[in-house]
Design a protein around this ligand. Structure first.
Ligand code: HEM
Length: 169
C-alpha cells in the first residue's frame, strides 16, 4: 500500500516537472502528459480519500488542528491545478484541435495558464515540504534499506566464502 503510494507520488512529481517545461517536451507531449497526470492525480486523491474525509469533517470543529495547514494547502493546490488544466485546455494547440474543437488564442487565458501553473508549482513544493517526514520515511523503508540489506548480504556471503579476507592484516 505505502510502496504503491510512494511510487505513484514519485511518478506524479517527475511528470509534473516535465509538464512545467513545454520547451523540453514540445507542446503535444505537454498537453497529453497533463491529461495523463489528471487521471493519476484522481487516483492519488482516491488513495488518500480516507484522510481527506477525516480532516475535512473535523476542519471547522477544532480550531487548533495539526493537519489544518496541510488541508488548506491541499485545497489551494486542487483549485490552482484545476485552473491550470482549464486554461490549458482553452489555449490547447494539440488536444482540442485533434478532437476537432477550436481553441482560443486569447492572451488572457495564456497569461492565466502561466500564472496558475507557477502557483501550482509553488504549492506542490509546499505540499511536499509538509509531507516531508512521510516521504523520507517511505524512501528509507522501500529504497534505502533494501539496498543496505542487499549490500550486507553480499558482504556476509563473501566473508563466508573467504573468511580470511575479513581479518585485518
Ligand atoms: C499540470 C497541468 C499543466 C501545467 C503545470 C502546465 C504548465 C505550463 C507552463 C509552465 C507553460 C509555459 C508558459 C510559458 O512559456 O510562459 C505552459 C504552456 C502551455 N500549455 Fe500548459 N500546463 C498544464 C496543462 C496544460 C494542458 C492540459 C494543456 C492543453 C490541453 C496545456 C497547453 C499549453 C499550451 C498550448 C501552452 C503554450 C505553449 C507554447 O506556446 O509554447 N497545458 N503550460
Amino acid at each position: 500500500m505505502h510502496k504503491r503510494n510512494l511510487l505513484l507520488d514519485f511518478m506524479l512529481l517527475i511528470t509534473f516537472l516535465m509538464i512545467m517545461s513545454p520547451s523540453l517536451t514540445g507542446v503535444p507531449w505537454h498537453e497529453w502528459l497533463a491529461i495523463g497526470l489528471t487521471a493519476a492525480i484522481i487516483l492519488h486523491l482516491l488513495l488518500h480519500w480516507e484522510w481527506i474525509v477525516r480532516i475535512g469533517a473535523t476542519f471547522f470543529r477544532k480550531i487548533f488542528h495539526h493537519s489544518r495547514l496541510k488541508f488548506v494547502v491541499d485545497v489551494l493546490l486542487f483549485v490552482a491545478f484545476t485552473l491550470t488544466m482549464t486554461s490549458g485546455l482553452l489555449i490547447s494547440r494539440s488536444v482540442l484541435p485533434t478532437l476537432g474543437i477550436q481553441s482560443t488564442r486569447s492572451p488572457l487565458w495564456r497569461g492565466l495558464h502561466d500564472l496558475t501553473a507557477n502557483l501550482t508549482l509553488s504549492l506542490v513544493g509546499l505540499h511536499f515540504a509538509l509531507n516531508w517526514e512521510w516521504v523520507v520515511g517511505m524512501f528509507r523503508r522501500y529504497a534505502l534499506n533494501p539496498i543496505i540489506r542487499a549490500f550486507q548480504t553480499s558482504k556476509a556471503a563473501a566473508i563466508k566464502e573467504n573468511p580470511r579476507s575479513s581479518t585485518p592484516q
